[in-house]
Design a protein. Structure first.
Length: 710
């Protein structure tokens, strides 16, 4: 894994990187200096941009949450969890107290030798930690007990670190969200089924102790069925061998039931109850599943030859071991296989994708030579080098998968400008449409709804993109990506299923620079939506109410008197907008908008403004709106105002001010509609003559009961 940070890098003005401590599936851990107190800490970092699996983010967040709840002298103190954006890339961090000493793995590398008593002492200390973890509510399962995660200091004290695989039993049991995590050789059989319980950690501890005794990985030992056969290779007392044997029982029922029980037996307070002999191998196969059998290594060199003949399909855990992948394919396995996954929300992995995520070009070359399908991996690569590798190997840059998406669709939605450039240089179809009618250009807008904080979750789910990959910089990349696509011939007037073109979408999202760019590139300034024939100018008046956008459109010839399907002009729409639309109204009229234009129902913008308030009414009247204009029922704005008052008594003050200003400006308060009704007739007809506030108010303004209807 390429380092995320270099020595002397400063993180969030808080920590200075000193060196790398270790790498794992959920991040890279650094030795860092706390700049506030000059103390050294362990700083674990995870990059959103470089994640290949959203589960890594989930595990990282879970690690921080659980560490914050723990308080044990052998677990380094949790300090803080924070995020930072560095060079446009989003990082997450966990800061933790630094454990003194070296890992057991490092000590063994340095030829660390122990006797049985020292091994027991280490075991007792770890069991005490596990008793604490498993006693939490819900129980906390570490899931990755191994030599690398146990620190041993000069005084013989141990510390348990790296909770990157941690899980609480509530999540495991009830949420069914378990992921196969852990380290090959130290994982219990149930972990390969995605199951974790407190006794899972006992198996990891047993395997770790076996490594300390022999300096060999537990995966290298022969097996009897699913059980590691170690007795002939260690020199320990029979009691300790029996104890270790029970720690390593493959069947949960035969293992110690708890860390407390294991500790009491180790201390001689209880006796080991030996498990009865299990049925032969094939009965174990039926009971536990082939995936366990395969990963534990029962068949060794020939296991894939046997399992392939049994039509066995491996799980994603095969990706943890390059040799397993090679053996599986060598002995007849399908190189293009979709691996089984316990998480249905994830897209299924292929072996080639495993090779790419492991950054193993030799394995990828091997799989391709064996016939692996390269045409579906180009969509998912996050590295331009791997994209180039696949294209050089013959991957189809226009291959459609899932919902008819091409690699270019995926590169755009993942905001990978470098991959977009590469695909376009190899003649990727710039106007290819997916099942939803989205071209790569439309996708640039569909990622967000109205702003960068309002993601189109449904679209991202359809593309199986985790929303946490889409960060603040994605919107800044939109214009550069758009220029790449347009320069290669992207249709800037393409419309989505609602009829929105890029110009509509840029207006809706109030993106001035893109509006100007699209118009420079000859986007149709009056292009209409399919459903209700709205132009971009109408959307600007309705949704954004931003003067700069409206001015850009009008300065470039937008039709200020265009009508949508209901006959409303941009001025009608602006008059109904409760936002800051007064200046837009003035700008539209100045640009030639007909202030007395009538919609299909005969209403003018002034009719609409009544419902908004006096300020909007005043602007229109002062600009020349006809205060006595009639709609198709013959009703003037005065009629509209009285009907609105009757139905919205809570807006009384606003409506009274509007009526008062209309009358002052020449509105006929006794005007009749097509049925000969004045506003007082309407009040009477609606049964509101007893509402003295209405009657008295309009009477004071000159409304007369003596006016007869026709």
């Amino acid at each position: 894994m390429e380092p995320l940070h270099q020595p002397n890098n400063i993180i969030a003005q808080k920590y200075k990187i000193i060196s790398t401590l270790g790498e794992g599936g959920s991040g890279i851990t650094y030795l860092a200096q706390d700049l506030q107190n000059n103390q050294n800490v362990a700083l674990k970092a995870l990059s959103l941009h470089r994640m290949t699996d959203w589960k890594a983010m989930e595990l990282f967040e879970r690690e921080a949450k659980i560490l914050a709840q723990l308080n044990h002298p052998a677990i380094p103190d949790y300090l803080e969890y924070f995020d930072a954006e560095i060079d446009g890339e989003k990082y997450f961090y966990i800061a933790q107290q630094l454990a003194p000493g070296k890992s057991l793995a490092k000590l063994v590398e340095e030829n660390f030798r122990t006797n049985e008593q020292q091994i027991k002492d280490i075991a007792k200390q770890i069991l005490e930690i596990l008793i604490y973890l498993h006693s939490q509510t819900p129980a906390v399962v570490h899931r990755d007990i191994k030599p690398q995660n146990i620190i041993y200091d000069k005084d013989g004290k141990v510390f348990l670190v790296d909770f990157g695989a941690v899980q609480d039993t509530y999540y495991s049991t009830f949420m069914r969200g378990s992921t196969v995590v852990g380290t090959y050789g130290y994982m219990s059989p149930e972990q390969f089924r995605g199951q974790s319980v407190p006794a899972t950690d006992l198996y990891g501890l047993g395997a770790t102790l076996l490594f300390l005794l022999t300096h060999r990985s537990p995966a290298d030992f022969p097996t009897d069925g699913l059980k590691i056969d170690f007795r002939s290779r260690v020199k320990v007392s029979d009691d300790f061998a029996d104890w270790l044997d029970k720690m390593l029982e493959p069947d949960l029922e035969d293992r110690f039931s708890s860390a407390r029980e294991a500790l009491e037996v180790l201390q001689g307070k209880r006796k080991v109850i030996t498990a009865t002999k299990k049925p032969m191998l094939w009965k174990a196969v039926v009971g536990m599943g082939f995936s366990v059998l395969v990963t534990v290594g029962v068949f060794h060199h020939y296991k894939w030859a046997i399992l392939n003949r049994l039509a066995f399909v491996p799980t994603e855990s095969i990706c943890d071991n390059v040799n397993d992948i090679k053996n599986y394919v060598t002995y007849g396995g399908n190189p293009s296989l979709n691996l089984k996954s316990s998480d249905s929300s994830k897209r299924k992995k292929t072996l080639l994708r495993c090779a790419i995520e492991a950054n193993s070009q030799p394995l990828a070359e091997f799989l391709i030579a064996k016939g692996a399908n390269i045409n579906e991996e180009l969509h998912y690569v996050k590295s331009v080098d791997w994209a180039k590798f696949l294209i050089d190997k013959g991957a189809d840059v226009n291959r459609k998968i899932n919902y008819a998406q091409t690699p270019l669709h995926y590169a755009v939605i993942n905001q990978r400008k470098d991959i977009v450039e590469l695909l376009l240089s190899h003649q990727a179809g710039v106007n290819a449409e997916d099942k939803f009618g989205y071209t790569p250009l439309l996708l640039l807008f569909e990622i967000h709804r109205k702003n960068s904080n309002d993601l189109n979750i449904q679209l991202l789910n359809d593309y199986r993109v985790d929303v946490r990959y889409i960060n603040a910089k994605s919107k800044r990349l939109r214009l550069p990506l758009m220029k790449l696509l347009v320069e290669k011939g992207a249709n800037i007037n393409i419309q989505n299923y609602q009829g929105y073109a890029p110009l509509h979408l840029a207006v809706k999202q109030n993106d001035r620079e893109i509006v100007k760019y699209l118009i420079r590139k000859k986007a149709k300034v009056d292009i209409r939506t399919k459903n209700n024939a709205e132009t971009p100018l109408m959307l600007a008046a309705k949704e954004t109410a931003e003067i700069p956008i409206v001015k850009i459109l009008t300065d470039n010839g937008a039709d200020v008197n265009a009508k949508e399907s209901d006959g409303n002009t941009p001025l009608h729409i602006a008059s109904m907008n409760t936002q800051k639309s007064k200046d837009i109204i003035r700008l539209l009229v100045k640009s030639g908008a007909n202030i007395n234009a009538k919609a299909n129902n005969g209403k003018t913008p002034l009719h609409n403004a009544i419902k908004v308030g006096k300020n909007r009414v005043k602007v229109l009247v002062d600009l020349g709106a006809n205060v006595n204009a009639k709609d198709y029922k013959g009703e003037t704005p005065i009629h509209t105002a009285i009907r609105h008052w009757i139905n919205n008594r809570n807006e009384q003050d606003s409506i009274m001010n509007s009526i008062r200003y209309l009358v002052k400006s020449g509105a006929n308060i006794n005007a009749k509609n097509n049925n000969g009704l004045t506003l007082l007739h309407i009040v009477a007809k609606e049964g509101h003559l007893k509402d003295l506030d209405i009657v008295e108010f309009v009477s004071q303004l000159g409304a007369s009961f003596g006016v007869k209807n026709n």
